[in-house]
Each structure stands twice: as C-alpha cells, then as structure tokens.
Unconditional design. Structure first.
Length: 464
C-alpha cells in the first residue's frame, strides 16, 4: 500500500472507530458478518470444554476467536473470551486458556497493567534463578546431565560454577520485569542463544501436603523436575504456547523445588509454567524465600488423583483412537490446526501438513480441502486441493475465494480482478474478497478505486 493510500485509510479508520465507539454492541454485531462466526466459535468452545473426554477440542474454537479478533467488530472477541473465562461449566484448564487469551487481547488494546493483572491471576511463575548457556550441539543436550541437573538434590548453592558452552556460568536472578505475561525468556538474558540449553530453578511454598498440577509450555525441547523427580519431558523443538503440557505432583508442606531445562536449536528459547490445584484451577504461589532445598518427603507418599489432560496430548490420543470415517477426519483436521496455530509442531516435522491431507482424503468436504490447500508446501498442491473443492462445491463462496486468491498470485493476477468484479462475493467471504480487490487495485496504481473498496469494507465491518 502506498503512503498516500495508507494515510487516507488511517483517517477513514479513525472516523469509523469514533462512530463505532458510540454504537451499541448489538448494532455492531448485526453489521459485521464475522460476528456471527465468533458466536459460533463461542458455542463450540462451550460444547467441548465442559466434557473431559474431548475438552482439548475446545482449544480450537478459542484459537479461532483469537484469529478473528481483527475481523470481528471491536470488542466482540474480547467479550466472548471474557464470557468463556467466567463460564463455570467449562473445565478449569479451558477457562484458564480463555483467560490468557483475554489477557493477550488486553495487552494489545488496554494499558499494560490490565493484561499484567490478568496474567498474575493465573499464577505464572516468574521468580527464578537461571543458569546457562550450556552446549546443545546436534540437539544432544536435553538428555545430557549438566551441572545444575547433577546437583538438583543437593542444597541450592548461589556460588556454584558450571562449565558452559563458551565460558563458566553461574546462577543469576532472572529479571521478572521481562515476564509480565508469564513467559520466561532465556534468549533475552543469556548468550549464546543458538544450539544451547539453560536451567531455571525456584522454590514455592505450600501450607500442607496436597496434589497440584503443573501447566507448562516451552520454546524448544524441555524437561521439568518437581522436588527432584522428573515430571515432564518433551524432546520436540516447538514454538512456545502456554498450557501445552500438564503433570500431577505431590506438594510437601513447606518449600517445594522446581527445576526447568530448555534446549534450543536456532529458534526461540524460553518457557512458561503455572501451578494449579488438582483440577487445574490457577493458584497464585507464595515463593519460599531463602529456601535452599525442598522440604522432607513424607514417609508414605500420597497417591495422586487423575491429572486433567492438556489439549495436545488429548488431541493426539483422540486421533490415535479413530482411524476411519468422518470423525477421524474432523479429529485430524483439529490436530493439524492446533499444531500450526499454537506452534506445537516440531520444527523438523511435517505432521501438521500430513494430518491436513489425511483429513481431506477421509472426508473431502470443502473446509478440509481448502485447509489442506492453505498449509500445502507447493503451489501445485494448493491448486490440486482447490480444484478438488471446486469439483464438489463450485458455488461455495469459500471455494470461489480460494480460487481467486490463487489467481491473484498467478502470472495473470488481472484474472482475479476480473473474477471479483464479474461476480462479487457476499458475507464474510465478500469482506475478504474486497480486501483482495483493494490490493489488486493498488498494484495497478488505482488508489482511489482501492480507497472506495476500503470505505465499503470499513462501513460493513464496524471498523474492524
């Protein structure tokens, strides 16, 4: 977009947003075709999130809400996430995920303290000591015992020194101000940051022996120990997302020791961890100030109740249990989207794409075929999936839009322009088609035509 067009667009957006601010929510809702879609996602989250056997599927509509934040009318997605976060019918860890998505929205739209307060209510731990960087050449570091790991059952020694990748390293306090939203960033504090591992350690205080749950996500491969026992291990090099894994632990009265190890290749490097009660409800932890070792273990360890299953493990289990039919396709479609949208796919894996293709083969409905096209590796594969969708549903507006988008990136993008003008799309597909139309006009040096289309879209979406 050229500078004059961009400035003119911003002026139009400001005028429309001023109008929207004085418009009742129900009026905005009726004007924007994406608002009805948002309400459908909210219903789906409520339907799945109340049922333990399939609660992991509730994460998909919650992620859809986040993905449509800039398309729905202002405030509509945030209101849906606020209702989901307060819906007592949803399982606690699903409510927690809705709450953190609400917090991410607050970070973008409100003063920082609002989002910080939301994340503080979830109890993410940010009071750590960290040590690194250690060597991870060839991604061999996760299973190699390094200094902090070898001494994790000895009293914490603030003066300990370890052989790092490039130099001797020691424990240092992690600057918690770097993590107002719960993510502990190793690559913001340690060097080097490529092919490395690091450790973080903290002590939390509990008044009594009780079962707890840990909710953990990392950028990189990771392990977690609680009072010297390994409770989580993931060798995949993923991007970070909150709440990716869950584990049940037995807290002791007094100090409880948590050690985290994260290894990175060339990607991001860090983690988030919160503590919940046995059902996954967030707990805000008191730190065991001055503790150097965990409280003594009880003579008779208590048994742990079943641990709520985190979404990734639940979606994987559902896929493994269903091989054929429409349900198998839907579950593969869900898991593929989760892997891509939450960054859960190993950086060296193509599983998300393979699952999308399997869903399209098991149940070749347009939604599955178009999603397989979206994540396909090559243009030829994208064209193949779109062509299959056209054979089955040539009048489907989503299919028509996908074909026009392919034409727009072809050697003759003018064909896409002609198709959009010949038979305009309606509803939310019309909104997407109009933005594409404005882009095509701008590429042809027709800024006034592009602005006219932008004005039309702003008016019918309430300024989103």
């Amino acid at each position: 977009m050229s500078m004059p067009l961009r400035r003119a667009t911003l002026v139009r957006l400001a005028l429309v947003l001023t109008f929207v601010g004085a418009t009742p929510l129900h009026a905005q809702r009726s004007a924007n075709p994406y608002d009805a879609l948002v309400r459908g996602f909210e219903r789906d989250a409520a339907r799945y999130g109340a049922r333990a056997p399939e609660a992991g599927r509730a994460i998909l509509p919650l992620l859809e809400l986040e993905r449509h934040r800039d398309k729905a009318s202002p405030g509509v997605v945030q209101a849906a996430l606020t209702r989901a976060a307060a819906n007592r019918r949803l399982l606690p860890h699903i409510r927690a995920y809705a709450t953190l998505l609400r917090g991410l929205g607050e970070r973008a739209t409100r003063p920082a303290p609002a989002a910080e307060e939301t994340f503080a209510s979830l109890g993410y731990l940010t009071d750590w000591h960290i040590a690194g960087a250690f060597d991870n050449e060839g991604k061999s570091g996760l299973d190699r015992v390094m200094g902090p790991e070898a001494t994790m059952n000895a009293p914490y020694d603030a003066n300990a020194r370890y052989d790092g990748r490039e130099r001797e390293v020691a424990w240092r306090p992690y600057p918690a101000e770097l993590s107002p939203f719960g993510y502990v960033s190793f690559d913001a504090t340690l060097r080097p940051w490529v092919n490395v591992c690091a450790y973080a350690e903290t002590f939390v205080e509990r008044p009594r022996a009780e079962p707890l749950t840990l909710w953990f996500g990392a950028a990189g491969a990771a392990k977690v120990w609680f009072n010297g026992q390994e409770v989580l291990s993931d060798g995949a090099y993923r991007n970070h997302d909150y709440e990716r894994f869950s584990a049940g632990v037995a807290a002791r009265p007094g100090a409880n020791r948590i050690l985290v190890k994260v290894c990175a290749g060339e990607g991001n490097w860090g983690f988030s961890l919160r503590v919940g009660d046995a059902r996954g409800n967030p707990l805000v932890m008191d730190m065991a100030e001055g503790a150097t070792e965990a409280a003594p273990a009880p003579a008779t360890p208590s048994s742990l109740p079943p641990v709520p299953v985190a979404p990734l493990a639940q979606l994987e289990a559902l896929v493994d249990a269903t091989d054929t039919g429409r349900r198998a396709a839907e579950l593969r479609h869900d898991l593929s989207r989760f892997l891509f949208w939450s960054g859960a796919q190993d950086e060296a894996s193509s599983r998300g794409r393979e699952l999308a293709e399997a869903a399209a083969e098991l149940d070749p409905r347009p939604a599955h075929l178009l999603y397989a096209s979206e994540v396909a590796e090559t243009r030829a594969e994208r064209m193949r999936f779109v062509a299959q969708a056209e054979e089955r549903s040539p009048r489907d507006p989503a299919v028509r839009l996908a074909r026009i988008q392919l034409l727009a990136s072809s050697p003759d993008p003018g064909e896409a322009l002609r198709e959009l003008l010949r038979t305009p799309l309606s509803g939310r597909h019309g909104v997407a088609g109009d933005w594409l139309l404005a882009t095509l006009y701008e590429r042809r040096d027709l800024p006034q035509a592009a602005l006219a289309v932008i004005d039309r879209n702003i008016a019918r979406t309430g300024g989103s």
